[in-house]
Design a protein around this ligand. Structure first.
Ligand SMILES: CC(C)(COP(=O)(O)OP(=O)(O)OC[C@H]1O[C@@H](n2cnc3c(N)ncnc32)[C@H](O)[C@@H]1OP(=O)(O)O)[C@@H](O)C(=O)NCCC(=O)NCCS
Length: 168
């Protein structure tokens, strides 16, 4: 298995788009991931079978200042092809993303949302240290609630916004 950064070709974009639309419950518009991939290509990591080159998994994320006081990473989408689940691939993609956000962007925290009924995703993220902070009522188009999860990275993540000085 080979982990890589998005290679910024139309062909790979199409493969990513197919994987996401086939296996994520939320029907994302193609423009959502086009925006993520165009703006933060370095935060799209792919996993391919080395022998067949088949796309097995993808994680799409971004990093932005949050309320001008913290750097916040956000994991937008994560999918592993059903044939290859349960082998630790998703955990590896999340760990690589977390380390990259810390190294390249000095993030203070990393957040994401997942459906409250998505036990697999909750187990995966909580085993990596993410914690539930909020329940978002009817967050998804299918009317399911979401949990927002957070991984605090620095002390800043544990301080109230009012006590932090703006990032210049
Ligand atoms: C959720 C998903 C990404 C997990 O991928 P994966 O490669 O199978 O996950 P991993 O093998 O890395 O598993 C990591 C941990 O989560 C647990 N886990 C993963 N899927 C699980 C499931 N369906 N039920 C219970 N636990 C599960 C594993 O047991 C493992 O825990 P362990 O290390 O204690 O054994 C995959 O099922 C998927 O693509 N689902 C559809 C899309 C989705 O729900 N994405 C997340 C939305 S935010």
């Amino acid at each position: 298995m080979k982990y890589s950064e998005f290679n910024q070709t139309t062909e790979e974009f199409q493969q990513i788009s197919n994987l996401i639309s086939s296996h994520l419950s939320e029907p994302y518009s193609i423009y959502v991931y086009w925006f993520f991939l165009n703006t933060w290509p370095q935060y799209c990591l792919t996993l391919r079978d080395e022998d067949t080159s088949e796309l097995i998994g993808v994680i799409i994320s971004k990093v932005e200042p949050h309320r001008d006081v913290r750097m916040r990473g956000y994991i937008g989408m994560l999918v592993i092809d059903p044939k290859h689940r349960g082998k630790g691939y998703a955990s590896k993609l999340v760990e690589m993303t977390v380390q990259k956000m810390i190294k390249c962007d000095d993030v203070d925290e990393i957040t994401l949302e997942t459906e409250v009924i998505n036990q697999g995703a909750l187990k995966l993220y909580e085993s990596l240290g993410f914690m539930r902070t909020k329940r978002l009522y009817r967050y998804y188009l299918n009317t399911h609630d979401a949990f927002r999860l957070i991984l605090p990275v620095t002390e800043k993540s544990m301080k109230r916004i009012a006590f932090l000085t703006p990032i210049v």
